[in-house]
Design a binder for this molecule. Sequence first.
Ligand code: HEM
Length: 222
Amino acid sequence: MAEVVLFVAFPYLALALAVFGGIYRYRHSRFTYSSLSSQLLENRRLFWGSVPWHYGIVIVLLAHLVAFLVPGVWARVIADPTALYTFEVIGFALALAALTGLCVLIWRRLTQPRIAAVSTVMDWALLLVLLVQVVLGFWVSLVYRWGADWYLHTAVPWLLSLVVLDPQTQYVSSLPWVVKLHMLNGFLVIALFPFSRLAHLVAFPFWYLWRPYQVVIRNRGN
Ligand code: HEM
């Protein structure tokens, strides 16, 4: 029963909150879809936190996604031991970069009075949940080696079973609790998405890449 609540009901609830909460926020306060940058208040520590955090976490999450979307291709790539070792080491280095960056961002918010003054309860909750998530991910990859491989036979079929609305918890039920916590906290991150600064993920101005040039014309009203 507990398994159904944790690995079926909770993921669906988190996804529903992310989708419907996201739509609600977009319709009611569209212009708050932002990271609410604090760069003007403090820039140097922001740089040393934000850059390693974003490079580390974005690439790690892309790897999570690629292995989920094209498991066959991923399996063929890591069938070569050299590729597997290389991914393991790169993943580890990226996780370390993300963790270091996140710690700098938290330390900046704690120690800079101007940043602390503009921080909300949700900012702190999000930072805590992300910290727990990255520490758990790091722990999993350190203690339970070759995650790039066993992820394909555990998390991927479980996540796929959720997508096709035929939940199968047996793929994850015998995993160590650290791995389970990483998965559940991952869905907590998803649930917080529309209610926190994470919303800026969908506000990233990708369209700038194909937007036409702006022609700026001076209008003196003569
Ligand atoms: C339910 C969704 C998720 C599942 C099933 C999952 C699963 C995994 C697995 C199996 C690993 C070990 C990979 C390895 O050892 O090579 C891992 C590592 C990791 N995960 Fe997740 N994860 C999820 C969500 C997330 C989220 C949302 C984040 C961050 C916001 C995250 C951050 C990390 C990090 C930083 C690592 C360490 C990477 C490395 O050292 O290679 N994960 N995850």
